[in-house]
Write a protein that binds this ligand. Sequence first.
Ligand SMILES: [Cu+2]
Length: 164
Amino acid sequence: MSTAAPGAFRAPRRGRPGPRVGRPAGLLAVLLALTVLTGCSNAEPTLPEATRTTGGDVGAVSTAADGVQEITLETGDDYVFTPDTFTVAPGEVRLTVRNTADQLTHNFLFTAGKGPAEISEQIPVLAPGESKTIDFSVTAAGDYPFECSFHVALGQVGTMTVSG
Ligand SMILES: [Cu+2]
């Protein structure tokens, strides 16, 4: 009666394949190259990908039951209004700006002295996650530039056209 030593019948361990150096290294090189490329093309501070969820009510001018033209703009963790141009007819406008950012605070105002007429209504501060609405009326046709005054130097501007 012989007792096999424990483990005697254990199959020999298969050697795990060693780390494959060739492919991952190649991939790494490509990723590195991409990082360098994108890094060079943009000198602005690194921010998360834009968090906006453009769609639905954003960007389209619609007319409410009370005849007011409604438009929603979005902004996020970048320096863009979406849309940055829209057109309304003379009359009442209800404009909503939604800030879908996690980090950036924006505002909204019509650039003083640039449009055919002054529009004094504005959104002085729009914190991350906030949405605010202003109502105003327009009569004079033409282009009304607007901006986020915090980021106007970074190009966060747009134009409302009054036409018709
Ligand atoms: Cu801004």
